[in-house]
Design a protein around this ligand. Structure first.
Ligand code: ZN
Length: 325
């Protein structure tokens, strides 16, 4: 008779060294993208109250923070902007003198090796706060595409390495790809917010960029949190339209979606550890209710374990400091 051995998985948990050897998922500095919020002016570095530890930065000060990120080993930043002015069509979004465009140029001049990803959307720039143009009180898809393509091109002309459309209009990846190619930028990548849910987790971000819609909500273009088959359809379309990287946003409440997108597609997958996820950790840590470092590392590990290659996170600077210890 065969006597089965007494299996002892605890052997491989016996010491920190053994645990490190058999660890399946590791969050690396190379995985991280750090978001920056650009505002008009000079010498501005003002903490965002709903995102403690994150700042509204003028273009000059953004260079200093980007340098800090780069010197810590973070390979990329993602830039968002608040414009000097807002109007119906969001024209500040493609204005070469807007904070985002100026910051992209300054950061690339100072830190050519740092990857600059630019968020492409209209909601920070439109007076109504929606991500596209308004026609008959509705967000109009097709007329928005031309504008979004113009915005993306202006970021690339300013020096962006990757553009990241976040508006969720149908067909925008194709429109942006065509505009970039026609402008001689066929080597610039598109990181598509392919699967972006209409989430309550964006609350602190909307305060940060002053982009709360003035009427209605975003359920007409962002996805229903209940849907995952639709997520795969969205991702399929963006792959067909020429996306180079697929993003799922938010991350933590959508880890199953990250996993399904990972299993279905060979493109790199990014996940956005969004402002609400960050703010909840910060608030609980400030109360002394959780161990911030352990919670953050556990969360980011879960995002990577779910299948993300890239994690966009407001924790990036802290994580880099911890990893470099
Ligand atoms: Zn938007």
């Amino acid at each position: 008779m065969m006597i089965s051995p007494f299996i002892r998985p605890r052997r491989l948990r016996a010491s920190a060294g053994i645990r490190a050897l058999v660890r399946e998922t590791k969050v690396l500095l190379d995985d991280l993208i750090y978001p920056l919020f650009l505002v008009p002016g000079q010498q501005v570095k003002k903490e965002i109250s709903s995102l403690p530890g994150c700042y509204h930065l003028s273009a000059d000060m953004a260079v200093a923070v980007a340098r800090e990120a780069y010197s810590l080993g973070i390979p990329a930043v993602l830039v968002f902007g608040l414009p000097e002015y807002k109007d119906e069509c969001g024209s500040g979004a493609w204005d070469a003198s807007s904070p985002v465009q100026r910051a992209i140029t300054l950061i690339k001049a100072a830190l050519p090796e740092l990857v600059v990803v630019s968020d492409v959307c209209l909601c920070e720039y439109t007076s109504h706060g929606h991500c596209g143009l308004i026609k008959d009180n509705q967000v109009d898809n097709d007329s928005s595409l031309e504008i979004l393509a113009k915005v993306a091109l202006s970021h690339v002309v300013a020096g962006a390495d990757i553009v990241a459309p976040s508006d969720m209009m149908d067909g925008r990846v194709m429109a942006i790809r065509q505009a970039l190619d026609a402008g001689g930028h066929s080597n610039t990548s598109i990181m598509s917010y392919a699967v972006k849910y209409a989430s309550a987790y964006y609350g602190p971000f909307r305060d940060a960029v002053d982009s709360t819609p003035q009427f209605g909500d975003r359920h007409g273009y962002q996805m229903d949190p209940a849907n995952v088959r639709e997520a795969l359809r969205e991702a399929t379309l963006d792959v067909e339209e020429g996306a180079d990287i697929l993003m799922v946003k938010p991350a933590l409440a959508y880890l199953d979606v990250v996993r399904q997108v990972r299993d279905r597609f060979d493109l790199p997958i990014a996940a956005y550890n969004v402002s609400g996820e960050y703010a909840m950790v910060k608030a609980a840590a400030a109360k002394g209710w959780i161990d911030e470092q352990r919670i953050v590392m556990e969360t980011l590990t879960s995002i990577k374990r779910a299948g993300a290659d890239i994690i966009i996170t407001y924790h990036a600077l802290d994580v880099a400091r911890w990893l470099n210890q």
